[in-house]
Design a protein around this ligand. Structure first.
Ligand SMILES: [Zn+2]
Length: 300
């Protein structure tokens, strides 16, 4: 009968803590940290080591004793994401261990970056230290609680309510949209078909008298992939495109839907997807978006 392996549980602990002296170089670094500053030391070659070392790792020479304040901001060189922080980690939420090169330093130090989301991490990310409150600082690397990304965007809440009084041509076009058709105007002189419908030709100025109904199918001429959310779009990323309706001579802009953004291409054949008739109003939102028809791509 196999016997259980012998196991003994041990705890290694120095009651009161393991004390060692810092020496003058590390001591200076930690003292400055306690005062809310980060310093490096200059080598005989002129490089600035952060954190400082007593000897230049390149030459083995003693460093100069010339201390230089660096940062406090710096740049992430490389990083590893910690999705499940452990006891003793600097943050109790997911964070990155990062190699950070502080401004003015020639070497990098390892510290935590509280980026919030792994997607925020990248080499080159600019970060700044978050020091602990002064009364809690003791002269330890943890006097910097963590580094936080620099602010690069802000959200302003903007809401404007306004009414548009459509002119005769836009009103006519929207009547068509309410009925599920695209109304276009054809200039007899230029032989050009404009959609949305208009009453004068932008090319020659002639009055447009011929109204046409175009089918709700067309071809993508150009498009943009948008990564910022928009209340009209189904999801992010979404695609807005210029669509040349069949029979038209100018494209109109619209959302694309029912297709992954990376599959959209110039020449793609699309058709309008309408709201059900009972939900329609006199507005462009009657068109949910344009979706691929599945036909072969058109030549542009
Ligand atoms: Zn014209």
């Amino acid at each position: 009968m196999p016997s259980d392996p012998l196991v003994a549980e041990h705890v290694l602990e120095f009651p009161g803590g393991y004390t060692r002296t810092t020496g003058p170089v590390i001591g200076r670094f930690l003292t400055e940290l306690r005062d809310g500053r980060i310093v490096g030391v200059r080598t005989a070659q002129g490089r600035v080591l952060v954190p400082p070392l007593e000897y230049d790792p390149d030459t083995g020479e003693a460093v100069t004793g010339d201390y230089v304040e660096v940062g406090p901001a710096g740049t992430v060189v490389t990083w590893a994401w910690v999705s499940t922080p452990r006891k003793g980690h600097p943050l109790d939420r997911p964070f990155a261990w990062a190699l950070i090169k502080l401004d003015g330093a020639d070497t990098s130090l390892v510290h935590a970056v509280g980026a919030g989301d792994v997607k925020a991490m990248r080499p080159g990310l600019r970060v700044r230290p978050r020091f602990k409150p002064e009364a809690e600082r003791v002269g330890d690397i943890t006097d910097i609680a963590y580094f936080a990304p620099e602010v690069t965007s802000m959200v302003s809440h903007i809401r404007a309510e306004y009414r548009i009084q459509p002119g005769r041509s836009l009103a006519r076009f929207l009547e068509g949209i309410r009925d599920g058709v695209f109304l276009a105007g054809r200039c007899a002189r230029c032989d050009k078909v404009y959609v949305p419908y208009r009453t004068s030709c932008p090319a020659c100025g002639s009055v447009i008298e011929e109204e046409m109904t175009l089918p709700g199918t067309g071809t993508v001429t150009t498009f943009a992939i948008n990564n910022l959310p928009d209340p009209r779009a189904p999801e992010v990323p979404f695609v807005s495109a210029y669509i040349l309706l069949d029979g038209a001579d100018v494209p109109m802009i619209a959302l694309l839907g029912d297709v992954p953004a990376h599959e959209v291409r110039q020449g793609m054949r699309v058709r309008a997807v309408w709201l059900p008739p009972g939900e329609r109003t006199l507005s462009m939102s009657n068109i949910k978006w344009f979706a691929p028809t599945g036909e072969p791509d058109a030549e542009l």
